[in-house]
Design a protein. Structure first.
Length: 721
């Protein structure tokens, strides 16, 4: 194949990027602008023109799937064998390099890699050996600490300790390193850190690879963390070319350590003369792109680009102002049915949400409407582990002799009932021909050795049953998530926020079931009590309606999971302050800017039709919460939108992470946004926003150390400062 064939079909900017001379370059590739094609064609062009051999370049991706796709495309373009090429993920390439230089790296030739689960088990084993309190230092939290340190390029001796707690974490990290070295194993984060240290320490090895890889090409550069950038910088040296493809407007993984600032550092450190902007979009109509451009333009620290298309304006963006979350879900169901009638395949429709917990009400409505759906990159609500744990406790309240439920949570959260004790309990149940619960009662009653953990479990279930008598289903569900220690357990996890949100959403599901479905559900026994009916309902939703593999289905997913995907029609639900942008983002440095990038990613998933919906009120954590439309809606020009059932809300703007309404809208409120007030209990604070209406007005105030509080205006008794 000649070079003309390789370059055929590229637009001017893509052609410019592919044929750049021998120098480092940054390719700002907007959503849907053909970045994978540019990256692959750049490799093919370098090889075809004789500038480099297939073994003289390295291509770095973030997933094995992306690396495989790149090599498949390359094989279709050139008659070459790609088997020996250095193309893969950071971890895969580091593993390959360490295998070749295991002695210099201080590893055995047969070193094993610990996956996330194995690493956690290793940490638990070490902590038990060191007699470390796993309640004060939860193993998952320790795991997160160790991995974060490694991703910053820090060994234990280089980590600062500010107090006794951080000093202990540092000691555990140091002992964990020693244990891994003794056993000849390496976790994922270790692969990159050990490889970086090897290249930094061994000059001859570093020089060898710098001379070999004259071209290093990196995909999704905006998602690199600090250590990954330092590794690339070390490998490239002073003379090699780093071809970085990324989009700072799609940097949405800050919680995983990704540094959008790496792009500016790269521009400075490599003296980048060529920044090529791929702005022509081949995915979406211009109304969608103009909305995305308008939203992201409010971020201050951007390299800057503007997406455009020749595909025409297309349809306006539809905005739906729902009365509540049930109304919002029903609107989505109705529109999905309408799209199907118009010939749009279910698989070409996506329903996006900011947080996993939001899927529950949506799944319920789809289930009721008999619409097949698939949760992409995750589990349906009632299949999530934390929800199943809570449901298992509820099942034991309803029937303590439910062995399946008991086995699930007898030692979760951990209460010292080991595998051996469980085997003995099961053997006793078989011998006595009784349930595990009865066997546990017998063992505790007999005062047998090793029954201490069982005593606590039996006491807990009895207390649950006692307290559940005469209370509402929602209160029972709250008991199953709090009294059992489930919430407390997940609070200690690095990424436990989503799990806690799902447990709180389960309480909401119980409230909704009590209000709407009890005694009026076709698939349950009307004579059963409400708890039994709720359990039956949950089992039915968990067991049915997830589309079979290969069957056409509506796609449900978080916005994070949607990155890299595209659909003919996209629904973005819950576009409200506190949900999207997430409430937590207002407390984080540049948190709202990352949320805005997330909204940009969500909007640019749509090819032809985009729906944005928000609710005036929704049930959260078992209580009605009144919301206001997201600032992101106000950042979209009215000329691009079609409001399906409401007039435009008063314009709003954001300052310093605080959401403010316009002056005219504020005039009806007793205190201005940003005004300092004093509360008898919480002290001094600043008014952040209002929720609800005149009859049920809620004021949100940031009280600093006391945190954010939502107070009913009628009872707040505030004093102006």
């Amino acid at each position: 194949m000649d070079t003309d064939s390789i370059l055929a079909g590229l637009n001017n900017k893509q052609l410019e990027a592919v044929t750049l001379p021998h120098q480092s370059a940054l390719i700002l590739a907007g959503a849907g602008s053909g970045k994978t094609r540019v990256l692959t064609t750049r490799i093919a062009w370098l090889i075809q023109t004789g500038q480099i051999s297939p073994m003289g370049l390295m291509a770095v991706t973030f997933t094995n799937k992306a690396a495989k796709e790149m090599l498949t495309r390359l094989t279709a373009m050139l008659p070459i064998n790609t088997r020996g090429m250095w193309a893969g993920t950071f971890h895969g390439l580091c593993n390959r390099l360490l295998r070749a230089h295991y002695r210099e790296a201080g590893l055995p030739s047969t070193f094993q890699i610990l996956d996330t689960g194995d690493q956690l088990s290793s940490i638990k084993r070490l902590m038990k050996l060191l007699n470390v309190d796993d309640e004060k230092y939860p193993p998952k939290q320790v795991q997160g600490y160790i991995n974060s340190c490694k991703e910053e390029g820090l060994r234990a001796h280089a980590v600062e300790a500010y107090d006794a707690h951080s000093q202990k974490l540092r000691e555990i990290y140091e002992e964990y390193d020693k244990q891994c070295n003794r056993e000849g194993v390496a976790d994922f984060a270790e692969l990159l850190l050990r490889c970086y240290e090897l290249l930094e320490r061994e000059v001859h090895i570093r020089t060898h690879y710098q001379q070999r890889f004259q071209y290093i090409l990196v995909d999704e550069f905006q998602d690199t963390n600090r250590l990954q950038y330092l590794w690339l910088k070390l490998l490239a040296g002073a003379n090699n070319c780093l071809f970085a493809v990324g989009d700072d407007d799609q940097s949405i993984y800050g919680f995983r350590g990704a540094r959008v600032g790496n792009m500016r550092d790269f521009e400075r450190d490599f003296n980048v003369q060529n920044i090529v902007k791929l702005e022509e979009n081949y995915r979406s109509h211009s109304n969608i792109l103009d909305a995305a451009n308008a939203i992201i333009s409010h971020n201050k620290h951007r390299l800057g680009k503007n997406l455009w298309t020749s595909a025409g304006k297309g349809e306006p963006i539809r905005i739906y102002d729902a009365y509540n979350d049930t109304d919002e879900a029903q609107f989505i169901v109705d529109e999905v049915n309408m799209l199907q009638n118009e010939g749009v395949a279910l698989g070409d429709i996506a329903l996006l949400y900011r947080s996993n917990a939001q899927s529950r009400i949506l799944e319920h409505s789809l289930f009721a409407a008999n619409i097949p759906y698939r949760v992409y990159g995750g589990l349906r609500f009632f299949e999530r582990a934390e929800v199943k744990h809570a449901m298992a406790y509820l099942r034991l309240i309803a029937n303590a002799h439910d062995d399946t439920a008991l086995l699930r949570i007898i030692n979760f959260p951990a209460r010292g009932i080991g595998a051996r004790s469980l085997e003995q309990l099961q053997e006793a149940a078989r011998t006595e021909n009784c349930s595990l619960w009865q066997s546990a009662i017998n063992k505790v009653g007999n005062g047998k050795a090793g029954a201490k953990g069982l005593e606590g479990f039996v006491a807990l279930i009895r207390e649950l049953v006692d307290q559940a008598y005469g209370i509402t289903l929602a209160e029972m569900t709250e008991l199953a998530t709090t009294l059992t220690g489930l919430k407390a357990h997940y609070q200690n996890e690095k990424e436990g926020e989503d799990r806690i949100a799902n447990l709180e959403e389960l309480v909401t599901a119980a409230v909704a079931f009590s209000n709407q479905d009890f005694g009026n559900h076709n698939n349950v026994n009307d004579d059963a009590d409400i708890l039994t009916q709720f359990l039956n309902h949950a089992s039915l939703e968990a067991g049915e309606h997830q589309a079979d593999a290969g069957r056409e289905a509506l796609q449900l997913m978080t916005v994070h999971a949607a990155k890299g995907l595209e659909f003919n029609a996209v629904f973005i639900s819950g576009v409200e302050e506190g949900l999207f942008p997430h409430e937590q983002s207002t407390y984080e440095n540049n948190g709202v800017e990352e949320e805005r990038r997330l909204m940009y990613v969500a909007v640019t998933r749509a090819r032809q039709r985009l729906y944005l919906s928000h609710a005036q009120s929704r049930m959260l954590h078992g209580q009605v919460r009144y919301g206001i439309p997201s600032r992101f809606l106000d950042e979209i020009p009215d000329s691009l939108t079609k409001r399906l059932n409401s007039k435009p809300a008063p314009k709003t703007y954001a300052t310093g992470g605080v959401y403010q309404t316009s002056t005219s809208a504020q005039s009806n409120y007793p205190y201005k946004i940003g005004q300092s007030v004093r509360h008898a209990k919480f002290g001094e604070g600043v008014v952040v926003s209002y929720e609800g209406n005149a009859d049920n007005l809620v004021i949100k105030i940031n009280f600093g150390r006391e945190g954010m509080k939502s107070l009913a205006m009628e009872y707040a008794k505030l004093e102006k400062i």
